[in-house]
Design a binder for this molecule. Structure first.
Ligand code: GCU
Length: 672
């Protein structure tokens, strides 16, 4: 009986722990050493947060005195800081907070603290929440919105506040400083008094962590909410309506960051409905925001059913507008020219605009990359994009440098990530998806950071201090048997996902009936918009497979600078990863490996399946170092992922085989 009781207690504790463990993210509680914090700065909410964090997590010498000094410093950007082993100097209180978090991170991950200047790559480091006013989350796989609720009573509960505070703390710890609180497919309701009231309550909780709030707005709000007859951006009544609305927003939230707009895109209303341009629409809002220092983030995610090649549309619409936007407008561009696919070349818009501020948008939520099931560390994908050379101003004009103001000066710089956060006890559905939130923040802070470092940091903070692992490990044991293999798993996970879903430049061949999870290269219901169906993208037929974007095809290659345009245009020089993105090639096309295209395709799908099976083995070996709940949850998801990888492989190869008429090799060699 005693034994039974004991196991019940254990069960109870572990159930409690599950929510706790997942909920702590990378900010797990530590037995902190005593520390004295001396600040030469006026008291402020941000400073109080910095002090509190140092007291909570100090791992340096016991009894040390840490100095936080506020003073002007030409070497520092507003959020930057000078770091020393026991000191942070900054020009703003926010800088002191980020410096405090950096100090703690270095301590917890065993990185040295040298005296150095640290500045962020981007001025605004933002999460975009695709949360609807009814609490649902578009492309959300981790439960309902942490901000909005269906019952809409607008009562802010202590639980709401605790959740928002934990969220803000996590953001601040990785340097994120802004949150767009609602979906880009925006409801006009968000600008109503009730919703603005709740946005204000959220802003009040986020402020002590340096996180400012922003809202996404519907372009036709003056009609839908204001009762006007038009939303024409040049109409005086419309201009007046927006001015009044913006004033109302700033009365509620004095440090409001600005507006995010999806307009004339995927059926959303926009300036083009009135024969106006994106610049006309964006500038009208920018003028309304200017007196308050607010920013307009205008999305460039545009395409239409009539396009012969959807990948070209954004460049075609925005390039002619270069130089026509106000300086408080920034054009928000998805990493690739289509839509957050497992692999895309970078969007040519990054290398196209010289007189317009431009910012990258990444998708943290895994819409096309396994949602909350598959373990896919996206840092390597973002790193690949940021390091891609656009050649805009000669070699070295990487996407990172074209967006952080290094190539052409930008009044504002920013990076946005579509959040994967929801009400699930572990925030992100799959425990390892927390790593993508972490990685996005770290890359927005430092766009040169290698994914290997990010993975190492995240694992150390998220698992090393887990008191719940069944076997206490020495540092060497933990490093060899947990850290090294699991880091490797993280770093190869995205390539594995590409292999088992859309290798060699294939894209958009997922099933829409499964809301973009799982294969559907055949999916083309009668009457469906062709550009929403996979056959539009893979173009498989007896003659071969792939989308011809060469100079004799859609000519999308011409949107890239030389030498890229020529490199992409020639199948002999086009990297394998982008081959079927740019080329329609015969099934027996000879690949660089010497194999035929068909055999290479088979090999990639097969490799993807094997990689996931290997991830399962790695994780099984990790059991002694992980608390039981997280271990089992991840093991379970990997099992599902492994089965789904087989489904991807079989479905795609059997589908393409009806065109290739070639056998699927029985045993395949891993691709070169
Ligand atoms: C994708 C996604 C939509 C989203 C859109 C956007 O198409 O499936 O849910 O609204 O991107 O980024 O605007």
């Amino acid at each position: 009986m005693k034994k039974l009781l004991f196991s019940f207690c254990l069960l109870g504790a572990s159930l409690g722990l599950r929510a706790e463990d997942g909920h702590q993210l990378w900010l797990r509680p530590h037995p902190a050493a005593p520390v004295k914090v001396v600040a030469t700065a006026k008291n402020s909410a941000l400073l109080a947060t910095a002090r509190q964090e140092l007291a909570r997590g100090w791992q340096g010498p016991a009894g040390a005195t840490v100095t936080l000094t506020l003073r002007p410093d030409k070497a520092l950007k507003p959020d930057g800081f000078r770091l020393g082993p026991t000191s942070v100097q900054a020009a703003t209180a926010a800088g002191l907070l980020y410096g405090a978090f950096e100090l703690l991170r270095r301590q917890q991950t065993g990185q040295p603290v040298t005296t150095e200047v640290v500045n962020p790559s981007y001025e605004r480091r933002l999460l975009n929440h695709w949360d609807n006013p009814d609490g649902s989350v578009e492309r959300g796989y981790a439960g309902h919105s942490i901000f909005w609720r269906k019952d809409s009573s607008f009562v802010v509960t202590p639980r709401d506040k605790a959740l928002w505070q934990a969220y803000a703390r996590a953001n601040a710890s990785v340097g994120l400083n802004g949150s767009v609180l609602n979906n880009v497919n925006a409801s006009p309701l968000i600008l109503s008094a009730e919703y603005l009231g709740r946005a204000r309550a959220i802003a009040d909780v986020l402020r002590p962590y340096g996180v400012r709030v922003y809202l996404a707005v519907k372009f036709s709000s003056p009609v839908l909410l204001g009762g006007l007859k038009t939303a024409d951006p040049l109409d005086p009544a419309v201009i007046k309506w927006w001015r009044g609305k913006v004033q109302e927003v700033y009365r509620q939230i004095p440090d409001f960051g600005g507006l995010l707009v999806k307009a004339s895109s995927e059926g959303q209303p926009g300036p083009q409905d009135y024969g106006r341009t994106h610049a006309d629409g964006a500038n009208m809002l920018a003028d309304a925001l200017r007196p308050y220092g607010g920013l307009v983030m205008w999305r460039a995610f545009v395409y239409s059913p009539s396009d012969k090649d959807r990948a070209k549309q954004a460049y075609n619409e925005f390039k002619p507008l270069d130089g026509k936007f106000r300086d408080n407008v920034i054009v928000q561009v998805k990493n690739g020219p289509i839509d957050f696919q497992p692999r895309e070349p970078f969007s040519p818009l990054f290398g196209a605009l010289k007189k317009t501020s431009v910012m990258p948008e990444f998708q943290i939520t895994q819409e096309y990359l396994g949602q909350a099931i598959d373990l896919v560390f996206l840092s390597t994908m973002w790193e690949e994009c940021l390091r891609s050379d656009t050649y805009q101003a000669g070699p070295g004009s990487t996407v990172a440098r074209c967006t952080d103001g290094s190539v052409y000066p930008q009044k504002h710089t920013a990076m946005a990530g579509v959040s994967n956060v929801g009400l699930d006890p572990n925030w992100t559905g799959q425990d390892f998806a927390q790593a993508n939130w972490y990685a996005f923040g770290r890359l927005a802070w430092n766009n040169q950071l290698p994914s290997a470092q990010i993975a190492d940091e995240w694992l150390k903070q998220t698992f090393a201090n887990s008191a719940a692992g069944p076997r206490p490990a020495t540092a060497a044991d933990w490093n060899t048997n947990f850290l090294a293999p699991v880091t490797q798993l993280l770093l190869t996970s995205r390539e594995a996902a590409v292999n088992y879903s859309m290798p060699l430049g294939l894209h958009h061949i997922m099933s829409a009936t499964h809301a973009h999870y799982g294969p559907g290269p055949w999916w083309a219901p009668p009457g469906m918009r062709p550009d929403w169906t996979p056959p539009y993208y893979h173009q498989a037929d007896a003659s071969g497979v792939g989308f011809d974007r060469t100079t004799t095809g859609s000519n999308a290659v011409s949107q890239y600078h030389e030498p890229l345009a020529a490199q992409f245009n020639n199948p002999a020089t086009c990297p394998d990863e982008y081959l079927l993105w740019f080329h329609h090639l015969p099934w027996d096309f000879k690949m660089k490996s010497g194999r035929s295209l068909w055999d290479e395709l088979c090999a990639h799908y097969d490799l993807g399946v094997h990689q996931v099976r290997q991830f399962q083995q790695v994780w099984d070996q990790a059991q002694p170092y992980v608390d039981a709940e997280r271990f089992a949850a991840v093991q379970d998801k990997l099992r599902t992922q492994s089965g789904n990888a087989v489904v991807w492989k079989d479905a795609c190869l059997l589908y393409f085989q009806q065109f290739s008429h070639r056998p699927i090799p029985a045993t395949v060699e891993p691709p070169m």
